[in-house]
Design a binder for this molecule. Structure first.
Ligand code: ITT
Length: 181
């Protein structure tokens, strides 16, 4: 069993780190935050982006690392903003997304967690299916105020999302593998 406190999470996003910490803590893995903006390759694949980020993070820390690449994929926009979610949030924001989404409102949040320790590189994925709300509800981070998971009439901003999120699912797969390696 690995030492359960020796993995870093490298991210510029403190909201993400808080979610990652609380999920992994529940799964008996203590994760340390290394705050950095990692270079992101241009790719339509979250896997490729996350794998590249993890390899780069390992060269910085020379210690086992995980990173995450996540995105919101909207059906009627053919998967936009997807891998561009961070840029799109910073530019047009939630109101800009609401202006683009009309009748068909289905969407998926995806999370890819990538691990690297210099010799092993591995990815773990999670998805949360739902719909884009018709208005901004709540004030949590990113797209939480406009995403309603299936089966809910409220947005992620008003829900205990760490119990059901795309990030919870990718981290559960990572944790199952990490503690058994
Ligand atoms: P790092 O790459 O430094 O980890 P980031 O915020 O740039 O931080 P991403 O590249 O993965 O992270 O960008 C994904 C964007 O998608 C993120 O900035 C949010 O706007 C949005 N997003 C992803 N997961 C989300 C969630 O659980 N809740 C709300 N918004 C989310």
């Amino acid at each position: 069993m690995p030492g359960l406190s020796d993995v870093y999470f490298v991210s510029s996003n403190n909201h993400k780190f808080q979610e990652v910490y609380s999920i992994l803590d529940e799964l008996d893995i203590t994760v340390k935050h290394y705050a950095a903006t990692l270079p992101e390759i241009q790719s339509a694949s979250l896997y490729d982006i996350a794998t590249h980020k993890a390899a780069h993070a390992y060269t910085l820390l020379k210690s086992p690392v995980i990173v995450e690449d996540a995105g919101l994929f909207i059906d009627s926009l053919k998967g936009f903003p997807g891998p561009y979610s961070s840029f799109v949030y910073d530019t047009i924001g939630n109101q800009g997304i609401l202006n683009l989404v009309k009748v068909e409102r289905g969407a998926t949040f995806r999370s890819i967690v990538a691990y690297s320790d210099g010799s092993v590189s591995k990815c773990f994925s999670g998805e949360l299916r739902g719909a884009i709300s018709t208005r901004i509800v709540g004030t949590k981070w990113g797209y939480d105020p406009i995403f309603m998971p299936d089966g809910s009439h409220d947005t992620l901003a008003h829900i205990d999302k760490v119990s059901l999120s795309h990030r919870r699912l990718s981290l559960e797969s990572f944790a199952a593998w990490f503690v058994s390696k």
